[in-house]
Every structure is written in structure tokens, then in C-alpha cells.
Design a protein around this ligand. Structure first.
Ligand SMILES: [Zn+2]
Length: 356
């Protein structure tokens, strides 16, 4: 699965994609920037349209640049979505990946009718933009199966090689404990099966634990800005565990590191820890932010590698129990693992059965 590092035009550092940067992370293959950022910085927007998005940001060509349409940002601020400007930008700046210019994100507290309205309006944009490499968008929630039906009913949309899923955070990851969310997980598994030929991207996945979830669902790519957001609040991430507070910044009081976790941290091989060690993570100002952000992104990429290797070796089902801290997402992961296990067994028994 490709991890797309969400970044911001306001402060591009740490330049984790840049081989000449002290923060370079060689295993990173993709970054995401939001059109909302370009929209608010006309000079940057113009430059990107003149030089192409890669050259204007100094991002090497072998790193994919995903563009977010900024729909969430614009709607949160009640700003009109500049569809024409977005089209013009996409045409000239040549991002490697871009969604339809606008989607209508449902909130879980909306009535079914309101959610259906979001779907109908988003589907209208999906149909209007079935051309030129725009990636159609669907939303996780009670309407997902209807998205599948509507996309399948449209010959052009169903032929698209890619699709993106939004709204994972409000609909699934915010309160996963009770698992009335089983049907959402089931509908995601179904979605993956229905669109087995497509590359699925999930927007806005948070930390290390949610990676497990996306990889079990065989999602092709996810983006996360968590590495930067957490760093700005003095938070670092560790393999298989949740957020830990390392620098006291702002009002957010996170869990402190245990002695064992500190030991893991001292052995960290990320570019930031290799240069400055734990002290660098604790630093304040830009230096501390860049060190923590680099460390967080490195940890995320390493976690993905761990999951991939353990799944490939067929030992994930047991290994994750040791590896994963007591995350609130554990019931979701358990549910998916059990589902996978069941499928694997039934595949085998199919082959072995003399009746087949
Ligand atoms: Zn580190």
C-alpha cells in the first residue's frame, strides 16, 4: 500500500521527499497537497501552472504528487468551491493524481435523506467528470452500497481504473468501540470485492493503528497529514502504538513515554533520530517540529512495511496481537482478521473438497 504524505504549502519542511534534505526518507513515494492551499496563495498557484506542480514545489519526478480538491476545507469555512479554477489548475499543473473537483461529504448525524442527497450530488459530479483522469469519489457510511450500484450502472465510471473513498474519520474511526459499525466494515469489504480491478485510495487516515485497518482491506493508497499535525502538538508515534507526548506544547496533554518506549526511541533509525537523537524530538520551534514530523512519517512507513511482511509471511493473524498496543481500533482489526481467516479457510477447503 502506498502511503501518501499530506503536506502544506504554508510550510513545506521537512522536505522528506528531497534526496538533498537532511530529512530525506528514501522509502517515501508520494505526497499530497490540497487545492485549498493553492487557492489561497495565488502566486504559488500561478507558479505551479507555469512550471508544473513538481518543479514549482521542488519535488522530484519519481515522487507522485496527489492533489486533494479541498472540498472538506471549503465546506467547513462556508466558502464556495472554485470548480473552474480547479479545472484550470489541474490542466496546467499536472498533478499525478486528482479527484473530481467537488464532493459532498456526509456526516454520521445526518438523516438518511440528507445522506442520500450528498450521494446524489457527489454522483452528479462523478458523472460530469468521467473524462481525463479525474478520480471518482464515494463516501464511507450508510450509502456506500448505493454508490456501488450507481457507479456500476454507469459504463464510463465502472471502467475507471481508480476510485477514492472519503469520510472514513467521522463515519468509522471516531467511535469504533461498540461495533454497530460491522455493517460499515462489511460494506467496505464488499466495496473492495466489487471494484477488485480498481486502485482504491482512502482519504485522511490518521496514525499507525489505522494503517492496519486499511491494509487488511487491501486498499491501494492512503494519505495522512497526521505526521505533521501530531508533530506540531509535540507528539510522536512509535511502532504499533498510539500517540506519545514528547515535547510539552500547547494544551494537548498526551501519554508520556514509558522506559521501554524510550528504549525503542533511542534505537530509532529515522533520519531525525539518527542526527539528533531523542533530544532533537524534544526541541521546540521549527527544528523540533521537523524532527518529530520526520520521525512520525518514518514510523508510519515502517509500520506499513511491518504489516506487509507479516501478511505476506502468513503470520499477521498472531503477530499483530503482540505488536499492536491497546488501540481503540483493535476490535475493528480483530473483526477484519477473523473475516480474513474465515475466507482463507474456506478457500483451502474448497480446493481440498473431493466434490470440487
Ligand atoms: Zn526517529
Amino acid at each position: 500500500m502506498q502511503i501518501v504524505a499530506g503536506t502544506s504549502l504554508k510550510s513545506l519542511g521537512p522536505r522528506v521527499w528531497d534526496p538533498n534534505s537532511q530529512y530525506h526518507i528514501p522509502s517515501l513515494t508520494a505526497v499530497m497537497v490540497s487545492y485549498a492551499d493553492f487557492h489561497h496563495q495565488p502566486a504559488q498557484r500561478r507558479r505551479a501552472m507555469e512550471m508544473g506542480i513538481h518543479a514549482s514545489l521542488g519535488i522530484p519526478d519519481n515522487i507522485s504528487v496527489f492533489l486533494d480538491n479541498g472540498a472538506f476545507y471549503f465546506s467547513m469555512r462556508g466558502e464556495a468551491i472554485p470548480i473552474r479554477d480547479y479545472d484550470e489548475f489541474v490542466e496546467n499543473a499536472h498533478p499525478s493524481w486528482r479527484p473530481i473537483p467537488r464532493d459532498f461529504i456526509p456526516a454520521p448525524n445526518m438523516s438518511l435523506d440528507e445522506q442520500r442527497q450528498c450521494l446524489n450530488r457527489t454522483m452528479r459530479v462523478n458523472r460530469d467528470y468521467q473524462h481525463n483522469g479525474y478520480v471518482p469519489v464515494a463516501h464511507i457510511g450508510r450509502m456506500l452500497h448505493e454508490y456501488v450500484a450507481k457507479i456500476k450502472a454507469n459504463a464510463q465510471l465502472v471502467a475507471k481504473p481508480r476510485i477514492a473513498l472519503g469520510a472514513i474519520v467521522p463515519n468509522l474511526l471516531r467511535a469504533p468501540k461498540a461495533l454497530p459499525y460491522k455493517h460499515i466494515l462489511d460494506s467496505l469489504i464488499q466495496f473492495r470485492n466489487d471494484f477488485a480491478d480498481k486502485k482504491i485510495h482512502i482519504f485522511g487516515i490518521g496514525g499507525t493503528a489505522t494503517l492496519h485497518f486499511a491494509m487488511l482491506l487491501k486498499i491501494d493508497s492512503v494519505d495522512s497529514s497526521g505526521w505533521r499535525n501530531r508533530a506540531a502538538r509535540g507528539i510522536i508515534q512509535l511502532p504499533g502504538s498510539g500517540d506519545r507526548s514528547i515535547a510539552e506544547l500547547g494544551s494537548w496533554k498526551g501519554r508520556a513515554l514509558s522506559r521501554q518506549e524510550m528504549k525503542i526511541l533511542r534505537e530509532c533509525l529515522c533520519p531525525a533520530c539518527q542526527q539528533e537523537g531523542v533530544r532533537g524530538l524534544k526541541a521546540d520551534g521549527v527544528r523540533g517540529f521537523r524532527n518529530r514530523a520526520t520521525h512520525n512519517l518514518w514510523t508510519l512507513l515502517e509500520e506499513a512495511k511491518w504489516i506487509e511482511e507479516n501478511l505476506a509471511a502468513g503470520i499477521y493473524k498472531e503477530a499483530y496481537k503482540e505488536h499492536l498496543d491497546n488501540t481503540i481500533y483493535r476490535p475493528l482489526i480483530e473483526y477484519l482478521v477473523n473475516g480474513l481467516l474465515k475466507n482463507q479457510v474456506s478457500e483451502k477447503s474448497k480446493v481440498r473438497s473431493p466434490l470440487n
